[in-house]
Design a protein around this ligand. Structure first.
Ligand SMILES: [Zn+2]
Length: 366
């Protein structure tokens, strides 16, 4: 009986010791801002710091573009962009969310404590440099098989686009994996995903590239060929027609879902667009070249268009239209497993040559 009591006391003291040790750990994790602490103040119940003080303390250069209102900060390994009024910042081309917005207060740019943590936590919270000089590589690609479930996409001669897309996406995955690229599919079965969810999967995976696979349709049976698109606000009439068709999936979705989940404001999107644009255009062209070289498939179009699924992706992204289901010959081809395999191999070869060229140049941007 006594023994039992002593034992329960021992357990109690042991638990207290564990709890105290735990408190010690959390106390150590409190950030020491050094001299900078005296520059902080409270606004809207959040701790804020004056941006010039943060920059001089952590050795960052900063610029404020009075026209676009974009603030750019740099040091040897970081490139950051922020916008007053927004909680979102770009850190080496990745979007990070602050717990409070960057603000202009009494004529001074101020940043919340969560921003200062990037530097104070000894780079722990900052993602590794992705750009020139940082040994940039394409390790992970997310492939999105367009449409699925209740949304068949284009249908021609009994062939449904959603099935063609999924089969090519799976074959492309296995081809890319042979070259050591990690690949994730947004869907592996015949299920419906809203457009934003597809991009969200790529964002959550921190993919280096996002590739959307689609098949096309036109009102004229003679239309044929391969097309590659990157995100752009500028488009010609031809791209616009494809864009309207591929964005039509939004009618299957809750119309407010995209706007609500979008999160980023227009300026941030513009920044993302220009940051990823060169990579996206290069990838679209290299894949089209791969198709031409291997399959001798006519490239009908490489251009920009405003595809919602690309708009949600926070990394370079392309949308491929692998052929026309409204064309009897191409529909027959696309319904053939061997042809889809050839197509997947040709697309993979384009992606791999892009990857090699990209890694050799340490990125194309800047
Ligand atoms: Zn489609």
């Amino acid at each position: 009986m006594y023994k039992k009591k002593y034992f329960s006391h021992a357990v109690f003291f042991f638990l207290c010791a564990v709890l105290l040790a735990g408190c010690g750990v959390s106390r150590r994790s409190v950030i020491d801002y050094g001299k900078l602490a005296s520059e902080s103040f409270k606004l809207d119940r959040k701790q804020y710091f004056a941006l010039p003080a943060v920059c001089s303390y952590y050795n960052l250069t900063w610029e404020w573009d009075g026209f676009t209102r974009i603030i750019t900060l740099k040091n040897s390994s970081l490139d950051m962009k922020m916008y007053p009024g927004s909680t979102l910042i770009l850190v080496n081309n990745r979007v990070e969310n602050l717990d409070a917005p960057v603000q202009v207060y009494q004529g001074m740019i101020i940043v919340p404590e969560s921003f200062v943590r990037f530097f104070a936590e000894e780079k722990k919270s900052a993602p590794p440099p992705q750009r020139k000089g940082g040994g940039y590589s394409i390790k992970k690609i997310v492939i999105d098989a367009g449409h699925g479930g209740k949304d068949p996409g284009a249908v021609g001669f009994g062939v449904q686009e959603k099935d063609v897309n999924l089969d090519i996406a799976k074959r492309l995955k296995s081809e890319l994996e042979k070259s050591g690229v990690q690949v994730l599919l947004t869907r592996e079965t015949d299920i419906f995903h809203p457009l934003q969810k597809r991009a969200d999967i790529a964002n959550a995976a921190h993919a280096d590239f996002f590739v959307c696979v689609h098949a096309n349709a036109a009102t004229t049976a003679s239309a044929s060929g391969f097309e590659a698109y990157y995100l752009s606000t500028e488009h010609d009439d031809f791209s616009k027609a494809v864009q309207i068709r591929e964005n039509a999936v939004l009618s299957f979705e809750d119309s407010t879902a995209f706007a609500a989940s979008e999160g980023l404001n227009a300026t941030l999107w513009d920044m993302m667009l220009s940051e990823n644009r060169i990579e996206s255009i290069e990838m679209a062209n290299t894949i089209a070249r791969g198709l031409n070289n291997i399959l001798k498939l006519k490239t009908r179009h490489v251009s920009g268009a405003m595809f919602y699924v690309l708009k949600g992706a926070r990394m370079p992204a392309v949308l491929l239209e692998v052929g026309y289901l409204s064309n009897p010959t191409e529909a027959t081809h696309l319904n053939n497993g061997y042809y889809r395999q050839m197509l997947a191999e040709a697309i993979a070869s384009g992606i791999i040559s892009y990857k090699q060229e990209f890694e050799l140049n340490n990125g194309f941007s800047k």
